[in-house]
Design a protein around this ligand. Structure first.
Ligand code: A3P
Length: 350
């Protein structure tokens, strides 16, 4: 079999042959922040790219007990948490956190911690996106990430440990809206692929649960409930808490990951160094994050396509409450009300 033929074979294994047919049977909505439209699958909305990746992961991904999975709704602080997890786990291998070979100084955090459902340039082997994850050595824990809702996770994932980062939906909405503008211009999306949509229209969709991997509130709730039922395996963290008391939450994260900071490390300032290395100011000013590009391979029935986004798009303001500068008081109030209605009864405030 010629190598090209094998690629086609691999694609056949992982891309449902009747993808178009399958998509045509799913509920559909106008999308914002992604090309094409959103499809509802297992109760959540996806662009076709993320949906396909989710189905791949459900069918092919084999978790290991030693895995650490970072889960999040997009724009909730995924990049920051990836950086912290890498810095915590790697702090003993790199002599000094400021050593020029430290992965975070030369790579974007998304190139250090791969997603389950899409593959970036550095983590692609052949055309099967799962091959890279399977090739990682069994001896060291894998750091992985996902936007897949808890109820749709590949079943084997439930054997490993999960960290979830949640953020206030007002800031999530604004962050995603700004990100999607950059994404569309970078990928030259044609008007028919990415119909122009006003922020007000996108807001209406978001409030009605239509957003990437939304409904936002159901996404958060799935992981929140899991964290209350299985606290040793699922750690639930809020972006706002991380900003307010970074030291406390980074220590907690390190303990959860089985890499607690010793008193000696704390005395020597290692904890502070980790926090500074992963700070918005530091990461956003690194050459790789100012001028690099994050390229993602996505599979379709016709083979691999590439999407890209500037690494700088993952670092915008990094603040709590920026939504006040972009949304009207009525919009802010409406989101607060929905959040209270959906999450309040479960004892969760965002
Ligand atoms: P803003 O758009 O509000 O600035 P994600 O990583 O899930 O895509 O989320 C992106 C959001 O996290 C953006 O929010 C981004 O600026 C912020 N962010 C990225 N790196 C950060 C860091 N090191 N510390 C705090 N916030 C960070």
């Amino acid at each position: 079999m010629a190598p090209g033929d094998r690629e086609v074979e691999e694609n056949k294994m992982i891309v449902p042959e009747n993808l178009e047919e399958m998509l045509s049977t799913l509920p559909k909505e106008k999308s914002w922040g992604a090309g094409g439209c959103f499809y509802k699958y297992q109760g959540f909305w996806y662009s076709s790219v993320w949906l396909l990746g989710t189905i791949w992961a459900q069918q092919c991904f084999k978790a290991r007990e030693t895995d650490f999975l970072l889960a999040s709704s997009p724009k909730s602080g995924t990049t920051w948490m990836k950086a912290l997890m890498i810095a915590i786990v790697n702090r003993k291998h790199h002599g000094s956190l400021s050593s020029s070979s430290h992965p975070l100084l030369i790579k974007n955090p998304h190139n250090c911690v791969p997603f389950l459902e899409v593959r970036d340039q550095e983590h692609m082997i052949g055309s099967n996106p799962i091959t890279y994850l399977d090739s990682l050595p069994a001896a060291s824990p894998r750091l992985l990430s996902t936007h897949i809702p808890y109820s749709s996770l590949p079943k084997s994932v439930l054997a490993g440990r999960i960290v979830y980062i949640a953020r206030n939906p007002k800031d999530v909405f604004v962050s995603f809206w700004k990100f999607s503008e950059q994404f569309a211009s970078k990928n030259n999306q044609k008007p028919q692929e990415s119909p122009s949509i006003s922020m007000e229209e996108a807001f209406e969709l978001f409030c009605n649960g239509v957003s990437t991997n939304g409904p936002f509130w159901d996404h958060v709730l799935g992981y929140w409930k899991a964290s209350t039922e299985r606290p040793d395996e699922v750690l639930f963290v809020k972006y706002e808490d991380m900003k307010r008391d970074t030291m406390h939450h980074v220590k907690k994260l390190a303990e959860f990951m089985g890499h607690p900071f010793s008193s000696e490390e704390e005395r020597e300032g290692v904890l502070q160094e980790v926090i500074e290395l992963c700070s918005f100011e530091n990461l956003s000013n690194l050459e790789v994050n100012k001028n690099g590009t994050f390229q993602v391979h996505v599979a379709s029935q016709t083979g691999q396509n590439q999407l890209q986004v500037d690494n700088s798009a993952f670092f915008r303001r990094g603040e709590v409450g920026d939504s006040k500068n972009h949304l009207t008081p009525e919009m802010l109030e409406r989101l607060d009300k929905i959040t209270q209605e959906k999450l309040g009864t479960f004892g969760l405030e965002l």
